[in-house]
Design a protein around this ligand. Sequence first.
Ligand code: PEP
Ligand code: MN
Length: 338
Amino acid sequence: MIIVLKPGTSDRDIEQLVKRIKKYGLQPYVSRGKERTVIPVIGDERVLENVPLTSLPYVEKVMAVLAPFKLVSREAHPKNTIVKAGRLEVGGKKIALIAGPCSVENREMIISIARQVKKAGATAIRGGAFKPRTSPYAFQGLGEEGLKYLAEARKETGLAVITEVIDTRDVELVCRYADVLQVGARNMQNFELLKEVGSSGHPVLFKRGQSATLKEYLQAAEYIVSRGNDQVMLCERGIRAGVEDYTRNTFDVVSIPVLKELTHLPVLADPSHATGKWQLIEPASLAAIAAGADGILIEVHPRPVEALSDGEQSILPNKYAAMVKKFRKVARAVGRTI
Ligand code: PEP
Ligand code: MN
């Protein structure tokens, strides 16, 4: 960290500040210039995270050098983390395909979609049994019944099961049925839920919040990893960028290489929620693969017009299979496989 002092700061104030910093086990180096005095501080500055140095009247600004997240940072852990859950493996050379309906609607549909996406190359089936809906009148999911159907789909196909958990009280229940717990965008900063899924030790698909900066996102991921669970996949699913409302969200495709640089955790893309339009899923997916995504999550439904949630962004199973063929070409071009 570098502390910049206001002009005319007295020697006494500098001395007191140096003492204060040393108390935290850090080493300050006072550098007196003609105009300003600056104090580079060596050591893990994060011990000062909750010390508001700018509240001292003579401190002009404090510039952080280290990222405010530690366990998830690439600095701390240069090698990619591989997340494994049954057949699903994310973070290596192979790009993982995760597909399935937005919501589990009934037994037949989830088993039939699982079979079809598996044939196309997917290694995990997704589907919500607990749905975080914007409207309280919209379909809220089948609950435990939906989890049972997902487990049956796994039994039939061998695919890993990914499903969302929205309540700390359900973490244990969802762990009993699912291979991966999804924490959705709306719960990115539900810190109690993050602690609970972290403690569960279960692999987590952790989506970026709609209005979260990447720094906030990684600080939130730190909550899960700091509970001893490094089996966390990140997922760019579009953000509220402010001006554009043609698409449901704005797909922040460059967040993928940025996250890959900042963290060792695998990074997925979810073009379904990022765009909200089935026509845009293919180009957004191809862009994500080119940008370095470790996996692609897509909503697939046999009859999108009848879907109980997110029908407008759902892809037909045969269209999905055709898209995957194109995914393979772009993957090959960037040195990956599918
Ligand atoms: C979902 O995956 O169906 C979902 C609700 O996603 P998000 O949290 O990204 O909106
Ligand atoms: Mn959805």
